[in-house]
Design a protein around this ligand. Structure first.
Ligand SMILES: [Zn+2]
Length: 310
């Protein structure tokens, strides 16, 4: 495991922050899998899963079984981790301005489209490389306006060139569920079954630019803009909701880590015998449902609004 620390903007003179990144497997190898925990810093189950993932990945690396590159950010939001008010932990919104830490990522598609216009080839892999370079250049050009945006830029920079992004969250009270882009439904069907999800929610755009869509949407939208050129879906990203905020146990964290390891074996990032995928408990379902009039949002929502029947 190689550990690096990325310096973030200080919250005040002398109050410096950094992001800890743990890398496994050969540098630059594919598939590259990016995994982060607790972008909403008060959602602890992901950090427990990340702890167990690190242990498993360290052993697998010692056995020479990591074939792709796996990037783990076990605690993605040091700003939110430090926000405590009158005994309560506020990890979902930046206290400085009330902005959600999982919203407001830059939508780079228009500028990337300008940059690649006339440069696309008839070779899908070459186009993926071209688009990744353009995404990198446009993200580099983005000027963050505060410390939270500096952190968002660093996280997106680590994730957006990965083949797969797993963003671990939880809800207030919930069973296991996940969100992804419509065109990633097939990609994550085995992961959904492996983690035992009870709802599998798919959408093209859910609004306000959450982290997973900042990674995945460019591929769908660029493929639609340039239909005469092959553009494979270069980054499948999902938001994993590991139950409710009080469901913090080593037992479940260990099982969640094991499910992600199994998925990475299926994906070829880890060498090993293909695991048995259990029967899915649910099928991919578009959300929000077409008729919103009969529905209301739940009192609390996580990475995106969830909906329930009146
Ligand atoms: Zn969340």
């Amino acid at each position: 495991m190689r550990t690096e620390n990325i310096a973030l903007a200080p919250l005040a003179p002398g109050a410096s922050l950094s992001l800890t990144v743990q890398r496994f497997g050969p540098e630059g190898a594919r598939p590259r899998i990016y995994i982060q925990a607790s972008l909403h810093a008060d959602e602890i189950p992901g950090m427990i899963a990340a702890h167990h993932l690190r242990e498993r990945l360290t052993k697998l690396e010692a056995e020479g079984r990591i074939k792709g590159e796996i990037i783990l950010v076990p605690s993605a939001n040091p700003i939110g981790l430090a926000q405590r008010v009158m005994g309560d932990h506020i990890g979902r919104f930046h206290l400085a301005d009330g902005v959600n830490f999982n919203r407001g990522y830059p939508h780079l598609v228009p500028k990337v489209a300008e940059r690649i216009e006339g440069e696309l080839a008839n070779d899908g892999e070459a186009n993926v490389r071209l688009i990744r370079e353009a995404l990198r250049a446009e993200l580099e050009a983005w000027q963050p306006s505060n410390a939270a945006e500096v952190m968002k830029k660093a996280l997106l920079g680590l994730a957006q060139e990965a083949d797969v992004v797993l963003d671990m969250h939880c809800d207030s009270e919930a069973v296991v569920h996940l969100y992804t882009h419509t065109r990633s439904a097939e990609e994550f069907a085995p992961l959904s079954a492996l983690i035992g999800s009870r709802a599998y929610l798919i959408a093209d755009v859910s609004g306000d630019e959450p982290f997973d869509e900042a990674c995945s949407r460019p591929w769908a939208e660029l493929a639609d803009r340039f239909p005469d050129h092959p553009i494979p879906f270069g980054c499948h990203a999902t938001t994993l909701e590991f139950r409710g905020e009080r469901d913090v146990y080593h037992e479940t964290g260990k099982a969640d880590a094991a499910a992600m390891i199994d998925y990475m074996v299926l994906r070829g990032a880890i060498a090993g015998e293909a695991p048995q995928v259990p029967e899915a408990r649910c099928q991919a379902t578009p959300w929000p449902p077409p008729s919103r009039s009969r529905l209301r949002p739940t009192a609390s929502w996580c990475s995106k609004p969830t909906w329930e029947q009146r």
